[in-house]
Design a protein around this ligand. Structure first.
Ligand code: GDP
Length: 213
């Protein structure tokens, strides 16, 4: 599958502000600075669809992007494409607010938790959440809890290791194996990536393509 277009739809905080697109949706979530913005930009072939290197805590909205919308079709008309069968490869890519901001006040953390819960429970077309983990960091309880939170809501999760270029190739296998053990997770659902080296893009897009069909 190729990504030929990507457009920002809107940023939202409350469920009633979430767009009604009626297309399959894939969300990206991870600790701030994990490389989420860089990964999304790599996937859509743009340098700045999402701003990178922001201060932790800058993304405090759920940001919705529409991928592969045909030229000239309005956002609100995308749902009609399904009826005409012209909706092939169209999907919504969602950038969820990052977590792990030591500098943020407790109030803000709660607001983000609320947003995440609202998001996960209000998106009937949500197919999968890609949970990003920096390959150099040992996963901790917070990551395990996050994964369990999604699984308890029956949401499919793919683990994406980021910044693979910072590791030696020999260590890829070790990291993957340790995540399989730590999270009790199927290795087919672990994708290793590097935005710097354009690694992992084909695997993520091929996963999305399978889910769309
Ligand atoms: P976000 O906060 O999760 O959206 O992270 P960003 O995409 O803004 O990236 C955070 C920092 O990590 C930036 O300095 C990026 O240049 C760097 N970074 C992101 N992806 C990679 C990668 O694949 N390899 C390396 N070496 N650095 C990366």
């Amino acid at each position: 599958m190729k990504i030929v277009s990507s457009e920002f739809v809107k940023g939202a905080v409350l469920p009633e502000q979430f767009p009604d697109l009626e297309v399959s949706e894939f969300a990206f979530f991870g600790r701030s600075n994990v490389g989420k913005s860089s990964l999304i930009n790599m996937l859509v072939n743009k340098k700045k669809l999402v701003k990178t290197g922001q201060r932790p805590g800058m993304t405090r909205e759920v940001n919705f992007f529409l991928i592969n919308k045909p030229n000239g079709v309005k956002f609100e008309d995308v749902k009609n494409l399904k009826k005409s069968g012209k909706n092939k490869d169209i999907f919504c890519l969602t950038d969820l607010p990052g977590y792990g901001y030591a500098k943020l006040s407790g109030g803000m953390t709660m607001q983000i938790d609320r947003m995440l819960y609202d998001y996960c429970t209000n998106r009937p077309h949500l197919k999968t959440i890609f949970l990003l983990l920096d390959m150099r960091r040992e996963p901790r309880e917070v990551e395990k809890k996050t994964l369990e939170f999604f699984q308890d809501l029956d949401i499919k999760v793919v683990l994406v290791g980021t910044k693979a270029d910072k590791l030696k190739k020999n260590d890829y296998i070790k990291v993957k194996k340790s995540w399989e053990d730590y999270f009790h997770f199927n290795s087919d659902l672990i994708i290793l990536s590097s935005s710097a080296k354009k690694k992992g893009k084909a695997e993520i897009l091929s996963y999305i393509e399978k889910e769309l069909n």
